[in-house]
Design a protein around this ligand. Structure first.
Ligand code: ARG
Ligand code: ASP
Length: 728
């Protein structure tokens, strides 16, 4: 593969000649030595590339981990203590909460090892080493192969690499594409399975500002929680057991009490999820003109309905706060992304780039032969892809997401879909044992579902969603039940919803549980004829037969174009150092502590203080209800050694490139000490997933001293600081 070799040689020969610049970039730890360290040191970093990533010695990477599914955490003691965000530990904290022990509201602090709470299913994952395996993955792959053949070859090569590695380790092994499939890395990981909750502040601190302040600067959220990793007597991963002992890590972060100053060098080291920096203008156009505005409009309605009901009834607030927070999170980011991209003239910039690119392509017979039609073919593909992407996203947003039954669409339809598998199994005549297994699962699902279900809220959302789908999508993308809705109800959504909700068994928890106590053929028939379940089937049929296959096919074509365009961009800009888009693997970004100018006449300072918390205090507003204890500490100026010139700093911003998944990442100073915990980005810069702008893009971090202050002064759990290495 010529293109791949090209990237290799590019890395090899340019490594010493060119180095990357600060701010933008999600860099691969293995390549820091070649690509970044010189520039990092010029920007103030005092350590070496080996201190960041090494396979022979312990290094920072040994102190950074994936926390659960989608966050980052880091070790802060040699006894397995880790810190991540409150919003990353939220679900675990909630699971341990009851009316008597409401840790979400009151916080939780284990006063000894025995009091730490196990979390079945929660894991943390460390990178042991990574390796460029592009040559092996590509062996036998030729340009003459069609995509399917090519893919099979690659998958079989990957399977070989994985098998070889597994033969010699007990670790978890996988191979991931980088640069849209122009390069491949092997990742070898160690997964720990006994991770216990150690401490969490009350939500009034850990989630202070709620969705109102989410994605915004100035920010005053104490977004952290503490966990501990346990291992067996050989310091190896194991399932939970009371005999397990705290994990002894190879490396942990000393915690700095020095704080940060403007222009201080900072590293964020963590697990960014997905970015799209190299897409063509058609992608930006599709998102900002077709996809985002419609998804935003759907969520506007959902949030309006939920928030109104939550304000009216405290029970509904508890039931719907996690749902509305997750709906609100992307909703708000999309709005910010559109604004940010427009302000940056992202579309025009991409178009100009494409123009220059095309001129370069056509200036040479060799590149012309390879790439002449690339952009025009891309554009044609996007015209169709955008239609199906919209249909796909729309159906999933309005009704449910098939893979996870994410409770975000119409809840009852989504819930009834959970019984689809049971219906199939009973009809197929599967063994009692198999059926029992799924029935037990469904019982748990059912109980959890109704605990957080409010029928009037769901019904209002259902009506609103029926209308949205009708008004915004062509009939080819509407489920078959719309025919009945049109002809028998004349678009009277309320009437239709009332009928359905009146007749369905799924609004009755007792009836559902009754069926699950011993499901008989007649029960299965009841489910199959249930009006809500029929809606589910109608949606499922549309999605599985008309939308997903074509969407998936087009996405496959797009992958190929992305791969070609990525390689072509690297040839075109041969002097530029590229970083690969985020793909949930360990990355490092570096930047500087810095304020910014969000709009005309306004300049934002780089840090916030406890003053701002008190300014926002309002017991009437849920998100701004400051705990009394915090107000007392403020009144007495009782900040101990955590203050700086009499001020207690809460959060700070810097120019590090981050994205979703970077939550909980360590923010590290020039000496390699922990100064903060990353948790968000500022509103004006959230378009950084598509285009980074160093003037506007800021990551938001919790000042680690505020976390220490809360642990010590607010919670009286100062003994936890004894195991940390504090740097004065
Ligand atoms: N915006 C942050 C991130 O994307 C925090 C989200 C959690 N907080 C919230 N209020 N929804 O994860
Ligand atoms: N809040 C995000 C997270 O949870 C981080 C971000 O998108 O900046 O990963």
């Amino acid at each position: 593969m010529k293109r791949v070799t090209l990237i290799f040689t590019w890395i090899l020969i340019t490594g010493s000649l060119l180095t990357a610049r600060a701010d933008e970039g999600l860099w691969i730890p293995l390549l820091i030595e070649q690509l970044n360290i010189q520039n990092m040191q010029e920007n103030g970093f005092k350590l070496t590339a080996d201190n960041i990533y090494s396979i022979n010695n312990s290094s920072m990477k040994d102190a950074v981990m994936i926390f659960g599914g989608g966050c980052t955490a880091e070790l802060i003691s040699d006894e397995g203590l880790i810190i991540t965000n409150h919003h990353c530990g939220y679900r675990r904290i909630q699971q341990h909460s009851t009316m008597d022990h409401d840790y979400l509201t009151n916080g939780f602090w284990a006063m000894s090892g025995e009091e730490e709470l196990p979390n079945p299913g929660l894991t943390v994952t460390f990178l042991k080493w990574m390796e460029d395996v592009t040559d092996t993955v590509m062996s036998g792959v030729t340009n003459a192969m069609n995509e399917q053949r090519r893919d099979e070859m690659i998958q079989s090569n990957i399977a070989g690499i994985i098998q070889n590695t597994l033969d010699s380790t007990h670790y978890k092994v996988h191979v991931e594409p980088f640069f849209a499939g122009n390069q491949y890395f092997l990742l070898v990981e160690e997964v720990f399975r006994d991770v216990r909750l150690v401490g969490a502040p009350p939500s009034a601190i850990g989630k202070f500002g709620g969705d109102t302040d989410n994605w915004m600067w100035p920010r005053h959220t104490g977004d952290f929680s503490l966990f501990r990793i346990y291992a067996d007597s050989n310091n190896l991963p194991t399932d939970f057991s009371p005999d397990n002992v705290p994990y002894k890590p190879a490396e942990y972060f000393p915690v700095s009490l020095k704080g940060v100053q403007p222009d201080d060098f900072t590293i964020v080291f963590g697990y960014p999820g997905r970015t799209y920096e190299y897409v063509p203008s058609y992608h930006i156009k599709m998102l900002t003109e077709d996809i985002y505005p419609r998804l935003i409009a759907i969520r506007d309605q959902k949030l309006e309905i939920m928030n109104r009901d939550m304000d009216k009834d405290p029970k509904v607030r508890i039931q719907y706060s996690a749902k509305s927070a997750s709906i609100s999170n992307s909703w708000k980011r999309w709005i910010g992304e559109i604004k940010g991209l427009n302000k940056l003239h992202a579309l025009e910039k991409k178009e100009k780039f494409e123009n220059d690119f095309q001129n370069w392509v056509d200036s040479d017979p060799e590149t012309k032969a390879k790439y002449h039609n690339l952009l025009s073919d891309y554009e044609k593909l996007y015209a169709r892809y955008a239609q199906y992407r919209l249909a796909n996203d729309y159906i999933r947003e309005v009704f449910y997401r098939k893979e996870v039954f994410y409770r975000n669409g119409t809840e009852l339809v989504s819930f009834s879909g959970r019984f689809h598998k049971l219906v199939q199994m009973v009809e197929k005549g599967d063994s009692d044992e198999k059926i029992n297994e799924i029935v037990e699962d469904l019982k748990k699902t059912t109980i959890n579902f109704y605990k957080n279900y409010n029928l009037p809220t769901d019904k209002k959302i259902f009506v609103a969603m029926l209308r949205m789908l009708d008004e915004n999508m062509g009939t080819e993308f509407q489920p078959s039940f719309y025919i009945n809705l049109y002809s028998n109800y004349h678009d009277n959504y309320e009437k239709y919803a009332s009928r359905i909700y009146k007749k369905t068994l799924f609004v009755h928890q007792d009836q559902v549980l009754e069926i699950l106590s011993s499901p008989k053929k007649s029960d299965i028939n009841k489910i199959k004829n249930d009006p809500v379940y029929l809606l589910f089937e109608s949606v499922d049929d549309l999605y599985s037969s008309k939308i997903f296959p074509e969407y998936n096919r087009l996405a496959g074509d797009l992958n190929k174009f992305n791969r070609l365009y990525m390689a072509a961009q690297m040839e075109f800009q041969e002097d530029k150092i590229f970083y690969p888009d985020a793909n949930s693997t360990l990355r490092l970004s570096y930047g500087k502590v810095k304020g910014y100018k969000p709009r005309d006449a306004v300049y934002y300072k780089f840090y916030t203080t406890i003053e701002g918390i008190i300014e926002k205090d309002n017991p009437e507003i849920y998100d701004y209800n400051v705990p009394d204890k915090l107000k007392e500490l403020f009144a007495k100026n009782d900040y101990g050694r955590y203050a700086e010139n009499g001020e207690l700093h809460v959060c700070f911003i810097a120019t590090n490139h981050t994205t979703g998944g970077n939550s909980g990442s360590p923010v590290i100073n020039a000496e390699g000490h922990l100064v903060g915990v990353n948790f968000d980005r500022a509103w004006e810069g959230v378009m950084s997933d598509l285009m980074f702008n160093p003037d506007q893009c800021r990551n938001i971090s919790l000042d680690i001293r505020y976390a220490l202050f809360i642990i010590d002064k607010f919670a009286g759990a100062g003994y936890l600081l004894e195991e940390m290495e504090l740097v004065e």
